[in-house]
Design a binder for this molecule. Structure first.
Ligand SMILES: C[S@@+](CC[C@H](N)C(=O)[O-])C[C@H]1O[C@@H](n2cnc3c(N)ncnc32)[C@H](O)[C@@H]1O
Length: 580
């Protein structure tokens, strides 16, 4: 079973059958490395943060948090209710409390869908891990706590003035008594730079290829084994192996005699050993650096090796794995590779498209399920615009087939949501079409006029103004005043209005063909220089990928329209963000 959902995991989880999932891994948006941040502010502080206001109805304390809190106390109750109440007494109506309430309702739902024998790992960082552990104790029971795994995600950074750098994430593991635990996978492969002095000394010999090995005994500890007693290379002993097996190993170069008459020994290679027994500190899985081949340009992408280890430890071939915050699909990739059933959910349409591309490239198109929850009619699109306005913008951009999607709402790129490129003749290698999406019900001619101004400011050949409902006559007139774009494909209206309602009735804008463009056309970084965002080390932050953004230009390539092109050295993948 493979299921990929676009949407808020809370709603989707409510439709998943009880006790149907064996293992949950979740990596909710919470750490301080991304650009899109909400500053935590207490309602008592009257400093209105422009950053926070972008997400005010999502994570700040508000009606939604109050309702969720009420449900937790009245419908869930028990230790969960008690802990949530205690946390609110301590944290007040802060953004952290809003976050914890949102997590608590989701964790409660996850417990419902998990089998009693199931397990759950929650990936977070030390900013909130202590609060989340209290929640997990309440929801799953402290008796089911198994481990607090420390994943060392980076090596020591430069010294900080007032504290130590943060180099690790936390993975909290809870599981029922009958849960799967594959002991045989609880080993950490040996790595040169992590070898203990004792192991390094043991494996100090190297063969011609540089592989490390040690010579170990082939003598059987049991003295009385007549069938294993024979002469080999002139030496008679009770051997561990039969003569045939010994001969085979000798021919493979694994049994060596260092001098005539010496007892033959076995060449044991370091890279063939199981490794060191795994503890709850995982220092051996490096984070994805900017050159990593598996990197997809998706913020917060976790290494495949991390999820592979987790699933190898906790699941079998029959297991169903669920990742309710699946991002660019690391868990589903690992689950598919290991032959597990899986369910992935993400509220970002971009994440869903990146996963589709990722799975198609790794396993072939036949193994990519149809993503559920993507609007297929006007009503669904209207609902998306109302409930998740930023996602509506991304979805609308995907619909018209843009090549590059922008994440900015403020700053110099204001007024541009996407870009599409088309070949435009010699001398002017490609033309540029900008998109602007308005998901609200109130759309005016002034907005169309403003977008016309953006096209002029940017020197863009064309523009698409995308809105939900058919435009008024005044809006159509306003668009017409932008005139015609003279392209090698003929004269095309420079500013066109695309209404979603008309789109679902089959109406399409007049667009120049977009094939035969060099990869560079899509991936050239924006020229403008932007201030680089530097997180404040003291300030706690809650980054939320793809639900909006603060000022700053970040563009993502559309994995649906921009083919991955590894040969031109422009990017490792089709989604490599080009940011200024
Ligand atoms: C930290 S990222 C996960 C990264 C992922 N582990 C990977 O390797 O790609 C968190 C993800 O949660 C998603 N998300 C945030 N709120 C969500 C919600 N309510 N429902 C579903 N997904 C959500 C975000 O869009 C983001 O992709």
């Amino acid at each position: 079973m493979r299921r990929l959902y676009f949407g808020d995991n809370l709603e989707i989880l409510r439709d998943v059958s009880a006790h149907s999932v064996d293992f949950v891994y979740l990596d909710p948006p919470f750490n301080s490395q991304a650009r899109y941040n909400v500053l935590f502010k207490s309602p008592k502080e009257d400093v209105a943060s422009a950053q926070a206001s972008a997400f005010v109805d999502f994570w700040s304390w508000g009606v939604e948090s109050e309702l969720a809190y009420h449900d937790l106390l009245t419908k869930v109750g028990g230790p969960t209710g008690v802990f949530v109440q205690a946390l609110r007494s301590a944290l007040g109506e802060s953004d952290m409390m809003a976050y914890l309430v949102m997590m608590a309702v989701r964790l409660h739902e996850l417990r419902r869908v998990l089998k009693p024998s199931g397990g759950l790992m929650l990936h977070c960082d030390p900013t909130a891990s202590h609060y989340l552990k209290i929640l997990l104790d309440g929801i799953f029971g402290a008796v089911h706590f198994k481990n607090e795994i420390v994943w060392q995600r980076s090596l020591s950074k430069s010294l900080m003035k007032r504290r130590l750098p943060s180099n690790h994430d936390i993975i909290l593991y809870y599981a029922g008594p009958e849960s799967v635990w594959n002991e045989r996978s609880a080993f950490m492969p040996y790595q040169q730079d992590l070898l203990s002095a004792k192991t390094a000394e043991k494996y100090s010999s190297r063969d011609r290829e540089g592989r490390q090995f040690q010579l170990t005994s082939l003598i059987n500890p049991a003295a009385d084994r007549p069938n294993l007693t024979y002469e080999f290379l002139g030496v008679t002993r009770v051997w561990r192996w039969t003569r045939e097996r010994m001969q085979e190993a000798y021919e493979a170069g694994l049994v060596v005699q260092t001098a005539p008459g010496r007892v033959p020994r076995l060449k044991r290679y370091l890279d063939e050993q199981k490794g060191v027994a795994l503890s709850d500190v995982w220092p051996d899985i490096p984070p994805l650096n900017s050159q990593a081949r598996e990197r997809l340009g998706y913020p917060t992408q976790k290494p495949l090796a991390l999820l592979t280890r987790i699933l190898e430890l906790t699941t079998t071939a029959e297991s169903t794995v669920l990742d309710p915050f699946c991002g660019c699909g690391t868990t589903v990739h690992a689950a598919e590779a290991l032959g597990r059933n899986w369910i992935g959910i993400d509220v970002s349409i971009h994440a869903v498209h990146v996963i589709e591309r990722r799975l198609a490239e790794a396993f072939g198109q036949a193994r990519v399920p149809r993503a559920e929850g993507i609007p297929a009619d006007y009503d669904a699109a209207e609902r998306l615009a109302r409930t998740l306005p930023f996602q509506f913008q991304w979805w609308a951009n995907y619909l018209v087939g843009v090549h590059r999607l922008h994440e900015v709402k403020r700053g110099p790129d204001r007024g541009i949501d996407g870009e599409l490129f088309f070949p435009n003749g010699p001398g002017r290698p490609y033309g540029r079409l900008l998109t602007y999406v308005k998901g609200g019900k109130v759309v005016t001619p002034a907005m169309v006029r403003e977008f016309r101004g953006v096209l002029e400011r940017e020197g863009a050949e064309m523009g698409l103004f995308i809105c939900l409902d058919p435009p008024s006559a005044a809006m159509v007139r306003e668009a017409a005043t932008a005139g015609l774009a003279v392209t090698v494909h003929g004269k095309i209206p420079r500013l066109q209005i695309v209404s979603i309602s008309d789109w679902f009735r089959g109406q399409r804008p007049n667009l120049p063909p977009t094939e035969h463009l060099p990869y560079a056309a899509f991936s050239t970084p924006l020229k403008r220089t932007q201030k680089t965002y530097k997180p404040d080390p003291i300030q706690r932050e809650l980054p939320l990928s793809f639900v909006g953004g603060k000022a700053g230009a970040v563009a993502h390539l559309n994995p649906v329209t921009v083919a991955r092109d590894l040969d031109d050295g422009q990017s490792e993948n089709g989604t490599g963000a080009s940011s200024a």
